[in-house]
Unconditional design. Sequence first.
Length: 180
Amino acid sequence: MNVTVELCTLEDKFIIYNLYPLYLHDLAEIRKVMPNKYGVFEDSDDYKTLQEEQAVFDIWWEKENILFPYLIRVDGLPAGFGLVATPPYLVDESEFMMNEFFISRPFRSKGVGEQAAVSIFNLFPGKWMLFTTEGENNVRTQNFWRKTLSNFTSSRYTEKDEELPHFGMNKAFWFESTKK
């Protein structure tokens, strides 16, 4: 399997838009949330369609050199995405934050997620933070990050449950990337 990570261009942003509802669907199962009255997995009824929801998401292509939307491919096929934020879009004193990370189901448990995450971490040497939903419903993802970060940092990372501004209570991880 050839796993690649590429900065997603404006011309290809529709690919991440196509994957994003799958990500929200997975999160709904983990967070035990229902779709809004229009069938969109959002906290409110503000969005009637996925297209309306996507307009808010355009910020990832409007803040060049601040927000970095990465498209993950396996053998040329879209397999997921990683969204990297830098100041002022961070929730702590880190330099980089994995805001969202998703690998679609056909590519899970095959090393794709770890290879893609490490490729992204290596692009940005410095202090990182990432978070995921805490609790028993998300043990698989928490274990994925523990394994990936343990391998990447030789077990030099910090983990704790943390109340994050705008995101609520989450399992947060801090580590450093020294490669480029």
